[in-house]
Design a protein around this ligand. Structure first.
Ligand code: AMP
Length: 416
């Protein structure tokens, strides 16, 4: 069942949203992207004549009631965004009466699901090494089912629109789906867009396909690199991981960031790219600095000949040209992770060059997907958010999807 096919008239929908919005110390929302992201789904339900029960987590209260993570702080903002006065229940397990009284066009928000350990389903106060851990885990799984069943009892249908937590098998993201038949559970519109975006870069590939993987370490990106190796034409590996690759090939990298236990892995990636005919593009030169700060003294050096006491902080001018070349003619583009320490303005040129080349290729008809925290921050910093095809809202979830993993939140609905 898809959301647009479903007629919500007279129905109560329990909707898992990601309202884990950042708040300042006074409890004011500093970025309402996540609330705005859920609006198309919520408006469709209300326009059909349905009622909504909203559920979300906020922060990491670890199974305990924690005032600073109370969703009550965002009720007014959600009311304003929706144009409907949102009701609130301060205990997600005690909403039977309020849910039963809910009428068409009304919206009820439940308190933070993670005030209960059952939401995440991990046993509390017991270490994995403890002999009774397995038993505690079993007991927790059983009470997680009860928790999900109670949530399900509030509504006629279930919608999951929280892509950010789709890689978690939690009560509200996956287990709850077992209590609805296939005709009464569906992905929200935001989730649908995310799934389509991932599909565009993993399955509906238009060639050439260029992936740009940056960030600090190769170890955290290896699953994605492995999966992409079978799909891309050009693979740009940039950012801090550059220096692990340079050292692996006998280069001098000064005090650049390096994972010494991943040198063999770097050599394997280079060999695999060669064997598979993937054009692997590494930063041949770097902007180097004499310390890790924006005010450091800078110079340009070959990435494999960085003097002692200096470190590679950003892609150099030749590298930027090579990156742009591999991006400009692409028809499918995926970018995750900055090409340098972009938080410091003096080391943002590499990431900016990547963003600009992606914007240009997108104007020329390419499909471009940007995802994973820092690269999203990059396109925002350079004011290019509206010049790319899609910016994913899910950090970890997107990365797992690109690794080729099935996300529990999606599988629970689609039955895969
Ligand atoms: P990740 O979380 O692995 O995606 O890494 C993102 C971080 O990598 C950003 O905070 C960047 O500042 C950092 N980064 C990028 N290039 C470098 C570099 N050459 N040296 C150190 N850190 C880097």
């Amino acid at each position: 069942m898809t959301l647009n096919e479903y007629n919500f008239a007279g129905k109560k929908a329990i909707v898992r949203v990601d309202f884990n919005t950042p708040l300042d110390e006074n409890g004011h929302i500093t970025d309402d992207t996540r609330i705005r992201g859920a609006l198309p789904t919520l408006k469709k339900i209300l326009n059909d004549g349905g009622a909504i029960i909203l559920m979300s987590h906020m922060g990491k209260p670890k199974g305990k009631v924690t005032a600073k993570y109370s969703l009550s702080q965002i009720v007014d903002a959600v009311s304003e965004a929706l144009g409907v006065k949102v009701q609130f229940v301060n205990d997600c397990m005690k909403a039977q009466a309020e849910a039963a009284a809910l009428k068409a066009g009304e919206v009820l928000m439940l308190e933070n699901l993670r005030f209960y350990p059952e939401e995440e389903g991990k046993p509390v106060g017991i270490e994995k090494e403890d002999p009774s851990y397995e038993e505690a885990k079993k007991a927790m799984k059983a009470s997680q089912k009860e928790f999900a069943k109670t949530l399900a009892s509030y509504a006629d249908c279930y919608v999951n629109d929280a892509f950010g937590t789709a890689h978690r098998k939690h009560a509200s993201t996956a287990v709850i789906a077992d209590y609805f038949d296939a005709d009464n559970k569906m992905l929200g519109l935001l989730m649908e867009k995310e799934v389509e975006a991932v599909n565009n870069v993993l399955n509906n590939i238009r060639r050439p396909f260029t992936a740009i993987m940056g960030g600090s370490k190769v170890s955290t990106k290896i699953g994605i690199i492995e999966n992409l190796m079978n799909k891309v034409d050009n693979l740009i590996l940039c950012g801090g991981m550059t220096y692990t690759f340079m050292k692996a090939q006998g280069g001098e990298i000064g005090s650049s960031i390096c994972e010494d236990d991943k040198l063999e892995l770097a050599r394997e990636i280079i060999a695999e790219a060669k064997a598979k005919g993937v054009n692997l593009v590494l930063a041949c030169d770097s902007v180097i600095a004499d310390n890790f700060s924006n005010d450091a003294k800078t110079d340009i050096a070959p990435s494999n000949a960085i003097p002692t006491g200096w470190q590679g902080m950003d892609a150099g001018p030749e590298s930027r040209k090579a990156f742009a070349e591999a991006i400009r003619d692409a028809k499918t583009i995926l970018w995750n992770g900055p090409a340098g320490v972009f938080e410091f303005d003096n080391f943002a040129a590499g990431s900016k060059a990547v963003a600009e080349a992606i914007a240009e290729a997108t104007t020329n008809g390419a499909y471009s997907l940007i995802g994973g925290g820092d690269s999203v921050a990059c396109v925002n910093k350079f004011g290019m958010a509206d010049k790319v095809s899609y910016i994913s809202t899910g950090g970890g979830a997107l990365l797992e999807a690109i690794e080729g993993k099935i996300l529990p939140g999606i599988a629970a609905i689609k039955g895969e």
